[in-house]
Write a protein that binds this ligand. Structure first.
Ligand code: UD1
Length: 419
């Protein structure tokens, strides 16, 4: 079994290069189903989630090639709906995003119900409500969801909650629909803007993405393009917390200040200093005393749930009491038990965690209980006394490219072993 070993205590210094955003690349890969022409995603991060999605599309007779420059070339002209591998669909929740583009292209799509996952039940009701409003008939049975519509027709869709996945699925379904679609209370995450920008570069007519009310004028076809997605704001945020927790100063190449604002503002409240050296390059000064802070996770531009575990780790070793309220996912505190094993003083009451900062953590065997919780364990390991051994690395590999190499480049004592 592979493990990441972190020997705590090293300060970090130097520069780290952030990869492009997983949460942009996944919807962009499935959106390439909307055009029969070549799509090139420049510098695509080859993460486990990208590999799973590529395998799914390859199994459906699409061509996906990774060239030597790290670009992903996709051609879906021969795609076959019937060859969809249910096991791969169930492996990754984001694969449900295939529904929108497939329904749009084939007028039908039958797909295995996405499984629950360890951070919450993650229903798909908002996706389905939207497809119905676009004229699709939906049937659920025997573990599958089937949607059918001869031709999708634009409509006004109000989302009860600004779900990222539902917004993306409906956006992709409506770019080739007849007429105008309006998605209200749409998610505003930067990755939504990125997907809309990608679709517009292909010839779609999408306005308002990133500001809550998206208007889509259906077009007849989309062309092939080459596209560079945005940087991964969660990876950048993880390294910002790393600078803070190790009392270090580091430079982050690939940090968009605006997209990272919710994380940066909270870290500033903690006492971390930032300097935007040039576009997408930030100097993070995590030296000096830190303050305890309260955090509530919310849809963007609120504080991201994907940064909650990492911030909790910082607060676990910050003097004073902090309160974190998780409002996005109902079960996203699995890392608390692991942090407590390392000596943290954290109590959970429903969706709230009360953190009393301790002087230090001690290294031990811990698990990556989900993707961001795994990153949080690495952060804890960086400051813990002695050795931290992290298992269940598949969670971490789903969303971080070369994470231990990147931390080693900054001076951390971290390595992967197979034992
Ligand atoms: C995406 C991100 C994930 C991030 C999350 C919230 C990707 C691949 N993943 O996940 O990293 O943590 O946004 O920022 O981009 N919900 C419903 N009904 C639905 C859909 C969602 O009730 O039909 C609920 C979910 O159960 C959850 C909340 O809405 O409580 C947020 O989910 P959503 O925004 O859809 O997250 P994902 O798209 O799955």
């Amino acid at each position: 079994m592979e493990k990441i070993i972190v020997e705590g205590g090293n300060k970090l210094n130097g520069e780290v290069n952030i990869s492009l955003a997983k949460n942009s690349v996944l919807p962009i890969i499935v959106a390439s189903i909307l055009s029969p022409n070549d799509i090139i995603i420049n510098n695509a991060p080859i993460l486990e989630d990208v590999v799973v999605l590529s395998d799914l599309l390859t199994g459906m007779d699409c061509e996906i090639k990774n060239d030597s420059n790290g670009n992903l070339k996709i051609n879906t002209s021969n795609i076959k709906e019937s060859n969809m591998n249910s096991e791969l669909i169930r492996k990754m929740r984001a694969s449900f995003l295939i529904m929108g583009p497939m329904l749009s292209r084939f007028g039908k799509c039958k797909i295995s119900m996405p499984g629950g996952c360890n951070i919450g039940s993650r229903p798909i009701d908002l996706h389905l409500k939207g497809f119905k409003l676009l004229g699709a008939e939906i049937e659920i049975g025997h573990g599958f969801v089937e949607a059918k519509a001869k031709k999708l027709k634009g409509n006004r869709i109000y989302l009860d909650f600004p779900s990222v996945g539902a917004t993306e699925n409906l956006l992709m379904a409506s770019v080739l629909a007849e007429g105008t679609t309006i998605i209200e209370n749409a998610a505003e995450e930067p990755e939504i803007w990125d997907l809309a920008n990608f679709l517009n570069s292909m010839g779609a007519k999408v306005t308002g993405a990133g500001v809550g009310k998206i208007t889509i004028e259906g077009v007849d076809s989309l062309k092939g393009i080459s596209y560079t997605p945005i940087y991964d704001r969660v990876e950048a945020g993880t390294f910002m917390v790393a600078a803070a927790i190790t009392n270090s100063k580091i430079t982050i190449n690939g940090a968009n200040e605006e997209q990272l604002r919710p994380t940066i503002e909270k870290l500033k409240e903690c006492g971390v200093k930032f300097e935007n050296i040039k576009e997408n390059v930030m100097l993070v000064d995590g030296t000096g005393t830190k303050n305890s802070v309260d955090i509530k996770t919310l849809p963007y531009p609120g504080f991201p749930t994907d940064m909650q575990a990492q911030m909790m780790t910082l607060l676990a070793v910050t003097k004073g009491s902090s309160i974190i309220t998780e409002t996005v996912f109902e079960n996203r505190f699995m890392h608390v038990a692991e942090l407590v094993r390392m000596g943290a003083n954290i109590k959970i009451d429903g969706r709230t965690a009360i953190i009393e900062g301790v002087e230090s953590l001690t290294g031990c065997e811990v698990k990556a209980t989900d993707l961001r919780a795994g990153a949080a364990m690495i952060l804890a390991g960086l400051v813990a006394q002695g050795k931290t051994e992290i298992s269940d690395l598949y969670h971490i590999d789903r969303g971080y490219v070369d994470i231990e190499e990147k931390f080693r480049g900054l001076g951390a004592n971290i390595y992967r072993v197979d034992k």
